[in-house]
Design a protein around this ligand. Structure first.
Ligand code: AMP
Length: 212
């Protein structure tokens, strides 16, 4: 199963992808996590991406397309994968097609802007493995500590209110057109994820199991 999770930043793509990834036993590929990891390690790609991420802007297409090409070539992607945060522009979606990748299902996660702001302001991520939590809705077992790896939970610098506004504007301008792009291909399912995690998860599985 090759799946794309579309949706605004903060819609819950990462959280839902983690659940689907466990059930289907396929990896989640988050370009955001890969870029943050490179930033932490001070690699050349991390340095190129730094100013864009910090300003809430998109990293240039050629950089993220390179990241995806390299990642999809790894053996664990053979059975399928979930793309979380890629593609984010029409040229990125076209590049995926040029790579010969055939996507089975595009799940468009729809959430109101009020909920997005609430989710992003309360989001905490593990500084070590990137797992995502929420201060009220998805608390770790021990305050400030990642359940998966014991790493420290921190707020992403781009989850601060000023940057969130810019990221939402970028989403509407550059990423939202992908909904029409994939509707045109006939494999998009819109899923309204305004409820609690259990209901949202059930709605996503229903969309994945229905015929496109
Ligand atoms: P995310 O963790 O998916 O919210 O991504 C965080 C940031 O990483 C974004 O605001 C962008 O700066 C960058 N980024 C992640 N994925 C992409 C992508 N597909 N294209 C361009 N920039 C990206």
């Amino acid at each position: 199963m090759k799946i794309i999770f579309l949706g605004a930043p903060g819609a819950g793509k990462g959280t839902l992808a983690e659940i689907v990834s466990k059930k289907y036993d396929i990896p989640t590929i988050s370009t955001g996590n890969i870029i943050r990891e490179s930033l932490k390690n001070g690699t050349e790609m991390g340095l190129k991406a730094k100013s864009f991420i910090e300003a809430g802007k998109l990293v240039p297409d050629e950089v993220v397309i390179g990241i995806i090409k390299e990642r999809l070539a790894k053996g664990d992607c053979e059975k399928g994968f979930i793309l979380d945060g890629f593609p984010r522009t029409i040229p990125q979606a076209e590049a995926l097609e040029e790579m010969g990748v055939v996507i089975d299902k595009v799940v468009d996660i729809e959430v109101s802007e009020d909920i997005i702001t609430y989710r992003m302001s309360g989001r905490r991520v593990c500084a070590q493995c990137g797992s995502s939590y929420h201060i009220a809705d998805k608390k770790p077992k021990v305050d400030g500590v990642c359940d998966n790896c014991g790493g420290e939970l921190v707020q992403r610098s781009d989850d601060k209110p000023e940057t969130v506004r810019d990221r939402l504007a970028v989403y509407h301008e550059q990423t939202e057109p992908l909904i029409g792009f994939y509707e045109g291909k006939g494999n998009l399912k819109k899923v309204y994820c305004q409820n609690d995690l259990a209901e949202n998860t059930a709605a996503v599985f229903k969309a994945l199991e229905e015929k496109a």
